[in-house]
Structure formats: structure tokens, C-alpha cells
Write a protein of this length. Sequence first.
Length: 208
Amino acid sequence: MTVGVLVASAQNARALWYLARASGLVAMVLLTVTVVLGIVSTVGWASARWPRFASQALHRNLSLLCLALIAIHVATIVADGYVPIGVLDAVVPFRTPYRRFWVGLGAGAFDLLVAVLVTSALRRHIGHRAWRAVHWLAYACWPITLAHGLGSGTDTRLGPVQLLYVVCAGMVAVAVAWRLVAAGTAAKRTPRPSALPGRHSRTGVRTP
């Protein structure tokens, strides 16, 4: 009987560990896709088959799914008990004695993501300017989450996991590069103030 209980406990602990790692990795992928969609939305890209509101809706739904997976990730790690991480450690950064810095980054990223989603739900009440200021924190969540996974993940040395992180980093890098190129192109297309109708040129002569 005792042997059976020990075997069952070991199997449950292994299942929790697999669920904790899987939920964390999938959350990283979803957060990456969410950030990329957010960058695409700022560029204003759209097509007949994929209108802009579709990107915005997918961005919002993936954010909610990402938060749900992070909650599962936190709950399974706390329930596992293999490492000394409690509920407060998951929401208060740099509190746990286990890999304090790296786990603290994860707690901080979780808090930032919750703040972004809460303010998004209250957008009509807090105003667009306050919402946008907080919403920029979502972009900070991504590198913090990436560092958390690299520093605290027990499977970071595995080839497939490393490849996943590289792909995620590559996706964000391409999206950021696209955003910068699009911003530069838009700036070149915008006429200078002196060239606009009705403005004074540097010579002081009013242009027609």
C-alpha cells in the first residue's frame, strides 16, 4: 500500500512538472504572437482577407489565453512543491529564495500583464491616454518573460526548447524591424512644414 501511494505521488508530481513546463512554454509562444500582432496593428497592415479588426480581436483573445496559461503555470509550480515557491512568491517579485532573480522576473512579468489586461477592460473609464501608457508595459513583458524562462527553466538546455526561444526572439526581431522600416517610410512620405500649403518658407515668403 505504501509503495502504491509513493508511486502515485511520484506520477502526480511528474505530471505537475510536465504541465508547469508545457504551460510556461506555450504561454511564451502566445505572448510572442501577441506582441507581434500588437506591432502589426501599430503599422496599420491589413488586407481584404485579413482586416485590421481581425488582428485586434485575435490580439485580445490571445492575451487572455496567455494569462490563463500563465495562471496554470503558476498554480502547478506552487502545487508541485518541489521548489520553495508559494502563492505570494508568484505575484511578489524577488521574494522566493529559489533562483530569486529569475523567478522574480517571472512574477514581475505576470503583474505587468495583469495590469495591462485590467486597464484594457477599463479602457472606457480610465481614458485612452492612461490605457495607452499602461499598454506599453505589454512590450516590456516579453523580454522579461524570455529572461525568466532562460534563467529559471529546468529544461532550458534542451535543444527543442532553445530552438523555441530562438524562433520567438526572431519573430519579435522581424516585427520590430518591420515597424522601424514602416515608420521611416512614413516619415519620408510626410511633407515638411515649409512645403505645406499656406506655410511660410525660411525666406519669410508665404507659399501659395
